[in-house]
Structure formats: structure tokens, C-alpha cells
Design a protein around this ligand. Structure first.
Ligand code: SF4
Length: 346
């Protein structure tokens, strides 16, 4: 079982999630919101909601409390609106995205026109546009760059969405140069996405089966699935271990695992541990398929079962359920009461 080195949370998403949980920990009952979903992962948003951090899409009717900004960032209007209402803000904007906001805002204040290479429907691009009064020219493809009517007398500042493909951006720049534009170009693509995709491609070329973990709606996860399927036809996309049909895996399979940028470490760990257990089963003592079958029929999602606490390591509680692998309960799933310390109650 091989886990891709950069599977799961990127730096920016991890930072925003940690800021949100830290805010929940110290919150004393005041209203707490995230502006848009913090992360494309149902399990995490459900957990955050249960702990008191609720998603809002606008500030209409909201006049008090704290708002957490997601890693994609937001336009200047929200900073101004929160200041005007006297509300607190926890800025989870990824520093790489924040840097683009600064570049765009400074260039705009100097009278330059802004070009953003990216998907105009994506919240990150919409947020960037909000730092130049929503005046940016947004170009999604070389075709759009070709068709754009631009003024060679003007000064342009060009930035690019952090998750944009470098080769596509290079093609667009070549077209804009051909038009003879005066441009200041900022290379603002983040290497995290490219690195994750490259690793997924290499790993999927060398395994029998590939597992991609991530929310079905997460576009970066879908992209990973697409890449892996090109190299490994036995690629499956799962959201959690519950979606995995274990019977389709054999002891000698070489299994590769990767995960989208919004997949929490606990979900990845559960998949890796389960797959590693398959690897370690002694097939001589009992039919592997049979043993797997026997052990799996006893547990289903939603079952309420009794177990024995084996150990508490750090903030994780390990529980023996009579299942092949032990259950691991991370701190965040142990109790809705954020003041509960697992090592003090078990
Ligand atoms: S992909 Fe890069 S820019 Fe986007 S949140 Fe992650 S680290 Fe930040």
C-alpha cells in the first residue's frame, strides 16, 4: 500500500481548518460563521456545523459574531462590511491567495487594468476580482485570450488563479504578447496542486489498483480521479472507507492511495490502515476472502456498538470493537463538548 506523499490537505486548507477549530475551542457561545463552505468535504463541514460554526453566503441580517474566511479568500467588500458592522473576522485566506489580492489592489490603485487567468465562477477568482472593484478581465482559456478585445495603450497587470494549469497559462501569455500588450505578469500558480497531480500520475502508473479519496463535488479530487484512470483502469473514487468494496482487493494487489486537498487526515488514515490490514492477513490459516467477509458483516455505518478502549495517544482514542482493525476516534469526533479531554474521561 503506497500513499502519495502530498495526499490530502494542502498548506492553505490545513491552515484555515486549524484556525476554524481554534476559534471554536475558544468561542464562548457568540455567533460563529464561515463565509461560504470552508472546505469541499461533507464530513468536515458537518462536524464544524455541529460544533457551532455555521455557513453563511451573505451578511444580510447578520450583525454580530465572528466570521471565518476560507482559504480561497474574499473581495475587499467583506472586510469593509465586517468593519462597518463591528464584527470580528478570522482571516483564513491562504497567504498565496492573499499575495494576489495585494498585487491586484496595488496595480489597480496605480491605474493599471487587471487580467485574471482563471475560472470566473470559482470563489478564489471572484475574491481576487473584488480587490480591483470587480473590473478585472477574466480569461479562462487561450481561445478567450484570442477573442479578448484589449487596448495596447493601457498598462495591464496579469495574475493567475493558484490552481490554474501552467501550460495553459503559458499559451495564454503567448497570445497576449502577440497582441502587443504592455503587461506586468505575476506568476501566482501554487505548486501544491501540480505536485499532487504529478504524484498521482506517477503512482497510478505503478500499481494494480488506485484509490482516490475526496468529496464527490471537489473539483481537485475529480481531476485526480481523471489522471489516475488514464494510467490505472482499476481506479476508484471514494469519500470515506464505507464506500470501498473490500472484496475487490486481493492480498498481492499493489494499491496506490491519494486524496484531494480537502480530505481530512483521519479519513485518509482509516483507508490506509484498512488496506494495510489486508496486506498483512495470513492467507494460509483461513481463506482471506472468507475472513474479510466474516469480519465485515458485523459492522455497518450507523451501527451503535460497544468496544474496549485500548489506549489514548495524544488526543486519539483507540477502541477494540472485535473488528479486524481497531477504531480510532480523533479528538474532534470524541465529543461535541469541546472542553472534554479524552485522556481525562476514558
Ligand atoms: S492550493 Fe495552494 S494556494 Fe490554494 S489553498 Fe492550497 S496552498 Fe493555498
Amino acid at each position: 500500500v503506497t500513499l502519495a506523499a502530498s495526499a490530502g490537505f494542502c498548506f492553505g486548507v490545513k491552515r484555515a481548518i486549524e484556525m476554524a477549530y481554534a476559534e471554536i475551542e475558544k468561542n464562548n457561545g457568540a455567533p460563529l460563521y464561515s463565509y461560504g463552505s470552508l472546505i469541499h468535504n461533507k464530513e468536515v463541514t458537518k462536524d464544524l456545523d455541529a460544533k457551532g460554526l455555521h455557513i453563511i453566503e451573505s451578511l444580510d441580517g447578520i450583525d454580530e459574531g465572528t466570521v471565518v474566511i476560507r482559504s480561497h479568500g474574499v473581495g475587499k467588500f467583506l472586510y469593509d462590511a465586517l468593519a462597518e458592522k463591528g464584527m470580528r473576522m478570522v482571516d483564513g485566506t491562504c497567504p498565496f491567495v492573499k499575495k494576489i489580492h495585494t498585487i491586484v489592489n496595488e496595480a489597480w490603485n496605480q491605474g493599471k487594468s487587471i487580467i485574471i487567468a482563471g475560472d470566473g465562477k470559482h470563489p478564489e477568482v471572484q475574491g481576487i476580482n473584488g480587490w480591483c472593484g470587480n473590473t478585472a478581465i477574466i480569461l479562462e482559456s487561450p481561445e478567450e485570450a484570442k477573442a479578448a478585445v484589449l487596448d495596447t495603450e493601457k498598462d495591464y497587470a496579469v495574475v493567475v488563479q493558484t490552481t490554474f494549469r501552467q501550460s495553459k497559462f503559458d499559451d495564454m501569455l503567448a497570445i497576449l504578447r502577440e497582441k502587443g500588450l504592455k503587461m506586468e505578469i505575476s506568476q501566482t500558480i501554487c505548486s501544491a496542486t501540480e505536485k499532487r497531480q504529478k504524484e498521482a500520475m506517477e503512482l497510478s502508473q505503478n500499481v494494480d489498483k488506485m484509490i482516490v479519496i475526496g468529496d464527490k463535488k471537489s473539483s481537485n479530487t475529480q481531476k485526480l480521479v481523471e489522471i489516475c484512470k488514464k494510467n490505472c483502469e482499476n481506479t476508484v473514487h471514494i469519500e470515506t472507507i464505507c464506500d470501498l468494496v473490500l472484496k475487490t482487493f486481493k492480498k498481492d494487489d499493489r494499491i496506490g492511495i491519494t486524496a484531494g486537498a480537502s480530505t481530512p487526515p483521519a479519513i485518509i488514515k482509516e483507508v490506509v490502515v484498512t488496506m494495510s490490514e489486508i496486506e498483512n492477513v495470513n492467507v494460509e490459516e483461513v481463506s482471506f476472502e472468507q475472513m474479510l467477509e466474516d469480519s465485515l458483516v458485523t459492522l455497518h455505518t450507523g451501527d451503535v456498538v460497544k468496544g474496549t478502549v485500548i489506549q489514548v495517544v495524544g488526543e486519539e482514542v483507540s477502541v477494540n470493537l472485535g473488528f479486524k482493525s481497531d477504531g480510532v476516534i480523533p479528538r474532534g469526533e470524541f465529543s461535541r463538548d469541546t472542553t472534554v479531554v479524552p485522556s481525562q474521561v476514558v
